[in-house]
Design a protein around this ligand. Structure first.
Ligand code: SF4
Length: 281
């Protein structure tokens, strides 16, 4: 026992200061694909390489419209391998309150042989241009939870057909490094004790009823956070005979956290953003 105490003292504090300090993410970590729209000459090879349909283009009326939907993106990097105008970032603070905020659109005049000519218009996801707003949320978090709820915040995790990649990252939230309990946030076993549902998976048809019942059993003000590409849009599975294509097809969602899987920083960012919605509820 004394050995363990000695080791613990020698190790010191390992818990991250996030969100008071920026997220420390490995340089090799995969975040969203960043596109240089000005230099982009032909979207078709990258669109053909994309396995999820997150990157898509439509030609018509002498123009090409290209869309990047982070709700569907698995951050696989195949588009960046196919096109030098795309690079993979390691940005992980990608949670959004509205699904539309995960969408980036660019419109080009069509050039010769189907190549892209002049860039006519872009509508970038606000995530690309807006800095994280978590500093204030992190600082005031405990006070805000206590003010709204009068106690700590409880989360029920619901696996609605996930591959368990997201669950592995969620388990990381309770590790000494991320230590989600420092915010007064705890995971609970019953939806009746929960304030927030953290839902993973594309929602398999077998889990639809269970998810509806879990939502109904959660008392107001209940928050729902859709986790990962599958939770946001159905991900690689999309909508098919076995998959409903995302959490918002079944219950209302307050915050979307893209990624495949989102790392613990990304999860913390999304959970804290959702808590920011509590006063509205
Ligand atoms: S990273 Fe993968 S899923 Fe995302 S747009 Fe590129 S090819 Fe598609």
């Amino acid at each position: 026992m004394f050995d363990i105490i000695r080791k613990s003292l020698a190790t010191g504090i390992v818990t991250t200061d996030y969100p008071q300090t920026p997220a420390e993410v490995a340089s090799q970590a995969r975040g969203w694909p960043e596109i240089d729209f000005v230099k982009w000459r032909d979207a078709r090879p990258a669109v053909a390489a994309c396995p999820t349909g997150a990157l898509a283009c439509v030609d018509g009326g002498g123009t090409r419209t290209v869309k990047l939907d982070l709700a569907k993106c698995t951050f696989c990097g195949l588009c960046a391998e196919a096109d030098t105008a795309i690079r993979m970032t390691n940005a992980c603070e990608l949670a959004a309150r509205r699904k539309e905020d995960l969408l980036t659109t660019a419109r080009y005049a069509l050039g010769p042989a189907g190549a892209q000519g002049k860039l006519v218009a872009t509508q970038r996801s606000p995530l690309a241009t807006q800095p994280s707003n978590l500093d204030s949320i992190g600082t005031e978090l405990k006070a805000r939870i206590a003010k709204v709820l009068g106690r700590s915040l409880h989360i029920r995790e619901v696996d609605a057909g996930s591959c368990n990649g997201c669950e592995i990252e969620i388990v990381g939230l309770n590790s000494p490094v991320y230590d989600i309990e420092r915010f007064g946030i705890h995971f609970v076993a019953s939806p009746r004790h929960a304030d927030m549902l953290l839902v993973t998976g594309p929602v398999s048809r077998n889990m639809e009823l269970a998810l509806r019942k879990t939502y109904d059993a959660t008392p107001d003000p209940r928050l729902v956070v859709a986790v990962g590409a599958c939770g946001c849009s159905g991900g690689i599975f999309g909508q098919n005979y076995a998959s409903l294509g995302g959490v918002d097809k079944v219950i209302p969602v307050d915050v979307y956290i893209p990624g495949c899987p989102p790392n613990p920083h990304a999860l913390l960012h999304g959970i804290l953003m959702a808590i920011g919605r509590l006063p509205e509820k």
